[in-house]
Write a protein that binds this ligand. Structure first.
Ligand code: NAD
Length: 524
């Protein structure tokens, strides 16, 4: 059978006076004025504990959004048991019935849930309305719809048969439960990681970042409204190491769907390796991790286009996108112009809380991130290897605000050219315009990551050369465009090297990791 052909959800503009803007503002105010008491969801039950943790607004940390119930190791056990109890029913449910739950979730999100999840993302993660819309509405809707199409394509993949023999391939769910571990920065990722796994018939234990509980809670409520049966996805709020101890030593652990930092993923991989003898099956390990995403301009590039890619690519959502541009290589002939455009463009970036829709820059996620980013900026202020050429002010008195900051490195190996900062900081390096080939070598060798990267040029030979030279330097490569903003169904997303297993979220490649294929030969 055919499933509804997926199309990318159109982005709403939230223009002044538009009905969608009024609805979003109203919902934002309503949620802000409430104090939510957020439970975990285990086996369909709402589970409350006495260990209440505050849900903080990054842009106004004195005003909390309510509390969530934090659990302990016993809740992780309960979540695993609930998942395993649901497994038989869920994995045997006819595909069209599983799929229709996620298509229904997409419809609810495109309609009545849109403003709620967008407002939750604005309040809990400090995203502006546009950034919330392209994340928690459009991208999550796209994941839900396109994954149904990709799953159908997988189930249709069948081997050849011959007269007297019928060969078949069964794409079965994994034997056990899958652990979904999600980062703070994208509501769409939080929604996609557990649902893509569940779509293929698997049962899931899902642990979001503590700074993302607010949106995660809404997603779970949305899935319940869409008809997700009890126990298929179990949402727990337990600290990472405690959860890991229970999950990674369980015999039925069948895989992890992770997005987060490289260090955490590498430790998880080691733990799984050390426990490998305990598992019934080799667990699937899928992780999308950190980045040090680049822009390289050739001497033929257009200065204004490069400058816009720098300011948009580096500072949307305060640079807290794994794809955010964080190092840029500018040829000497374009430098004066690029610098002028960047500084001019930054003047239009207003900073403040997301409830004022004209604020482009909001707060970074929490105090730990704020302090880490501020240390990098302070280091640049004190170093003779770099200087601050724009921004650089930080203030955490009310919210965790950091000005969009542009550094100029005198040494291309300066620390901020190499390490992931995950904040509104980009470092520029000016190279001799005749050193294109050497500069590409430098780009390739400077960082262990390979997530996103962009080159700008009007010279087709230069474009071809760079595309080849940087073949392994980015899982998502852009020619004459900024390195952020991948769209489901158009630019499948994921990085290699220290940036991840490159299983391309929102693609058939990813979904194939969540099935175990049985090849059946029947002699007729
Ligand atoms: P993080 O690694 O701190 O946390 C990710 C998840 O792991 C959270 O749920 C966290 O609670 C959990 N965790 C942390 N320590 C753990 C431990 N010891 N054991 C088990 N679980 C643990 O990441 P974050 O700060 O939430 O997100 C930012 C990071 O995510 C950045 O490095 C960014 O580049 C990356 N990211 C990558 C992509 C991608 O597609 N490549 C997308 C988004 C974010």
């Amino acid at each position: 059978f055919k499933v509804p052909t997926p199309v990318n959800e159109p982005v709403k503009s939230y223009a002044p006076g538009s009905p969608e803007r009024e609805e979003l503002q109203r919902t934002y105010k309503e949620l802000k004025s409430k104090q939510l008491d957020v439970p975990m969801y285990i086996g369909g039950d709402r589970v409350y504990t006495d260990n209440k943790q505050p849900m903080v607004q990054p842009h106004d940390h004195r005003h909390i959004l309510g509390h969530f119930s934090e659990g302990d190791a016993s809740h992780v056990e309960q979540a695993i048991n609930a998942a395993l109890a649901a497994r038989e029913m869920w994995s045997n449910m006819a595909w069209e019935h599983r799929a229709s739950i996620f298509l229904k979730a997409a419809e609810l999100l495109a309609g009545p849930w849109r403003a709620r999840l967008n407002a939750a993302t604005m309040l809990g993660q400090s995203k502006n309305a546009y950034q919330a819309e392209i994340d928690s509405a459009c991208e999550l809707i796209d994941f839900l719809r396109f994954n149904v199409q990709y799953a159908t394509d997988i189930y249709r993949m069948q081997p050849e048969s011959s007269p007297g023999v019928w060969n078949r391939m069964e794409h079965r769910p994994l034997e056990g439960f899958v652990f979904a571990l999600t980062p703070f920065n994208f509501t769409a990722i939080a929604g996609n990681l557990p649902t893509s796994v569940a779509l293929m018939g698997n049962v899931v234990v899902w642990k979001p970042a503590h700074t993302q509980v607010y949106a995660a809670h809404m997603i779970m409520e949305l899935l319940q409204e869409a008809g997700l049966p009890d126990g298929v996805i179990n949402l727990i709020y337990v600290d990472g190491p405690t959860t890991g101890d229970v999950v990674f030593s369980h015999a039925d652990f069948a895989g992890i769907h992770f997005t987060g930092s490289t260090g955490v993923f590498q430790n998880i991989w080691k733990t799984i390796g050390n426990n490998i003898h305990k598992y019934k099956t080799y667990p699937r390990i899928v992780g999308e991790t950190g980045g040090k995403d680049f822009i390289v301009a050739h001497r033929t590039a257009e200065a204004k286009q490069v400058a816009t890619a720098i300011t948009r690519g580096a500072f949307e959502f305060q640079g807290q996108k794994c794809s955010a541009a964080s190092r840029a290589y500018i040829p000497s002939n374009l430098w004066d112009e690029v610098r002028e455009y960047v500084i001019e463009d930054l003047k239009s970036f207003k900073m403040g809380p997301p409830e004022d829709f004209s604020n482009f820059i909001n707060a970074v996620i929490d105090e730990k991130s704020f302090d880490k980013i501020a240390r990098y900026i302070d280091n640049a202020k004190e170093s003779n290897e770099a200087e601050v050429i724009a921004g650089g002010k930080t203030d955490k008195s009310k919210g965790y605000f950091i000005e969009p900051t542009v550094l100029l490195a005198h040494n291309p190996q300066y620390i901020t050219m190499c390490e992931e900062i995950f904040g509104p900081v980009i470092t520029l390096y000016v190279y001799d315009e005749n050193n294109w080939e050497d500069t590409l070598e430098l780009v390739n060798a400077t960082s262990p990551y390979a997530l996103t990267g962009a080159i700008f040029s009007k010279d087709r030979y230069a474009i071809e050369y760079a595309t080849k030279k940087l073949s392994d330097a980015a899982g998502n490569f852009y020619i004459n465009d900024k390195p952020t903003g991948a769209v489901v169904g158009q630019q499948p997303f994921g990085g290699a090297r220290a940036s991840g297993t490159n299983d391309k979220a929102g693609s058939m490649l990813n979904l194939l990791r969540w099935v175990s294929a049985r090849s059946v030969k029947e002699t007729l």
